[in-house]
Design a protein around this ligand. Sequence first.
Ligand code: HXC
Length: 272
Amino acid sequence: MVNTLDDSFVTEGTWKPNLFKGKVVLVTGGAGSICRVQTEAMVLLGARAAIIGRRKEATVEAAEEISKLGEEGCVLPVYGVDVRNFEEVKDAVAQTVAKFGRIDYVIAGAAGNFISDFQHLSPNGFKSVVDIDLLGSFNTAKACVSELQKTKGAIIFISATLHYYGVPFQAHVGAAKAGVDALSNALAVELGPLGIRCNCIAPGPIGDTEGLKRLVQSGLKDKLITMVPLQRLGKREDVANTTVFLFSSAASFVNGSISVVDGGAWHIGTHF
Ligand code: HXC
């Protein structure tokens, strides 16, 4: 997959060049769609990045492509890592520190999803998603906390809006994401005194994502757009811009927040 962002994100965007020069971001799910573009933005603004994934090919390919946006060797692929396994995440953190010497920011983005009604959702199906989304976020934060304490860093958890109401066929994801919000809120309070900020981003309907592909049949996309107050789908760049803000010093007093990036959709009952 080619990069979504290019130099114009810096030259024509909101953020000053080299905003994150010298900083290191660790991203789980960084080869995926939303987290991929979050990583691109961070690298375009001078950060180095470690992207942590399960699949070798996808992770290496994404790292090679994203590194074209920054200095040579600025993106480290760490593959064979399932966020459900704490030891594997811990090892990925060690590899990141061995390569870059520090971790300033963490995006806990690895997620799993499929549509299933409750009657057909097996206990293992429910557990798989809760484990990837919630236990995976816990494992990532836990494995990174001592490095973040050194750098007075920040974590962004990736949540959703679908648990604000009951959304059918998404009991597993809604339960997992509600837990992610709760985890972020608790860690914001516990880790704040250590100088670590924790916030969530809750994306709504974002175009060109694996989530949208899995949840919305292509024929329903136009209808979905009419159900978003801003009358468009989100772009992955919208989530990237929120990420840059939350990691920047402009957000130095923002802790325990949930930034909903959904064009106002959930307020009128449009969930995704
Ligand atoms: C019902 C299903 C199913 C489906 C899997 N399962 N797909 N049940 N309908 N379509 C069940 C399986 O039958 C099995 O239960 C259990 O889930 C585990 O499946 P595995 O394939 O063995 O697990 P695993 O390899 O760990 O895969 C996890 C996964 C998979 C979540 C099921 O889809 C995955 O790895 N996804 C990662 C990529 C992804 O989903 N990206 C989308 C992220 S978007 P049994 O009982 O048979 O053993 C996103 C947006 C969130 O997260 C926001 C939404 C608003």
